[in-house]
Design a protein around this ligand. Structure first.
Ligand SMILES: [Zn+2]
Length: 374
């Protein structure tokens, strides 16, 4: 029996392989106390059963994330299914019965750095797309921006950023689905949108954290979604570079794509607590939500975060900073690590395919909101 995690976004520490269950621990993000993302490979005899225990689950960033959570597993690294798990308030226990010599186990279906590069390379070949490198991260990776449509003639600008929190891989699965839809020449909604709208898409806001197997921070332990008021090239070049570009081109809609560890629903959080939140903000938010509800039964508005009180928003959060700075609609979209409890999938739970479908369905609320801008 052997366990390894020395690969892209790998994260696990082996504590004891002689014990039953086998004891494992999740590594903290570098220079930070956050942890919850795990990704490793277990190798053994086909037919053998391995009980596994993550001994430090209870002290993870969001312990409530383990309640009713099922582990993501794959033999071929293409299709991911779920394994039942037990959480007792301190450890997470699950059992693997090997059907092949090796199995990959992860907090959510990984979206690899190679797949990210493939996505950029594929997109740049489309005639409507411009690929731009804004600068480099602290580990020296490129911060890439895709512009879709014609920024010169565009009447509207829409921003979409994803994976500020690198362990939230569902966010980049979502972006992949979004780009495929937007660049589908047979899609009339996409073609209509691109007639007068330019899209600015950052598929991965946190390349270093992604490759390092972090949950929430970049190479030096900075939580990027608390850097928007005062980013720096030393602590948070990712936000600094994207924010500069935002300030230079502006925008009408800002979408920040995330995953939530605990809540088993898709929902959005708006910027109702920023100074100057007004009727225009509220109208755009209402228009967006109503259209999203009409477009997708996977979206809902009953469950989500508590609303910020007027004027009490945390302005270091990307959505709040954008909504305030540009006086327009800014939303955080949260997808579940677990499943959509209103429409569960017993085999896969919330999955890459469902992220991509939700991304297809977001085109309609974007269109409706842009119409309401006029
Ligand atoms: Zn997040």
């Amino acid at each position: 029996m052997h366990i390894s995690s020395a690969f892209d976004s790998g994260n696990i520490e082996v504590i004891n392989t002689d014990s039953r269950p086998i004891e494992l621990a999740i590594r903290q993000d570098n220079n930070s106390e956050f942890y919850q993302w795990f990704h490793f490979r277990l190798e053994g005899q086909v037919g053998e059963t391995f009980p596994l225990r993550i001994v430090n689950a209870g002290k993870a960033a969001y312990p409530e994330g383990w309640e009713n959570y099922r582990v993501c597993a794959s033999y071929d690294r293409q299709s991911w299914f779920r394994l039942p798990a037990e959480y007792d308030g301190s450890t997470l226990d699950f059992t693997v019965e090997l059907e092949q010599p090796g199995i990959y186990l992860a907090y959510f279906a990984p979206f690899s750095w190679d797949r990210h590069l493939d996505l950029l390379a594929w997109a740049q070949c489309h005639e409507r797309v411009n690929l731009e490198t804004l600068g480099q991260t602290l580990d020296g990776r490129d911060m890439s921006l895709l512009t879709i449509g014609d920024p010169e003639s565009a009447k509207h600008r829409v921003w979409m950023i994803a994976r500020q929190h690198p362990g939230e891989t569902m966010a980049e699965w979502f972006v992949e689905g979004f780009l495929e839809t937007l660049l589908d020449d047979a899609n009339p909604a996409a073609r209509t949108l691109l007639e007068d709208t330019a899209f600015y898409v950052v598929p991965n806001m946190n390349p270093d954290g992604s490759v390092r197997g972090h949950l929430r921070t970049n190479a030096v332990g900075t939580n990027l979604n608390r850097e928007w008021q005062d980013p720096s090239m030393e602590r948070s070049p990712e936000v600094y570079l994207v924010r500069e570009k935002m300030l230079s081109v502006g925008g009408d809609i800002f979408l920040d794509i995330h995953g939530d560890e605990a809540l088993p629903f898709n929902f959005v959080a708006a910027c109702e607590g920023v100074p100057g939140y007004d009727e225009r903000h509220a109208k755009l938010e209402e228009t967006f939500k109503r259209a999203f509800l009409a477009a997708s039964p996977d979206f809902q508005t009953e469950r989500g975060y508590d609303l910020d009180k007027p004027g009490e928003a945390n302005m270091t959060v990307g959505t709040n900073w954008c909504g305030h700075q540009f006086r327009t609609l800014a939303l955080t979209l949260e997808m579940p690590f677990k499943d959509n409890e209103n429409l569960p999938d017993p085999i896969e739970g919330w999955s890459p395919a469902r992220c991509q479908q939700l991304a297809r369905d977001i085109l309609f609320p974007i269109r409706e909101t842009l119409k309401a801008l006029a």
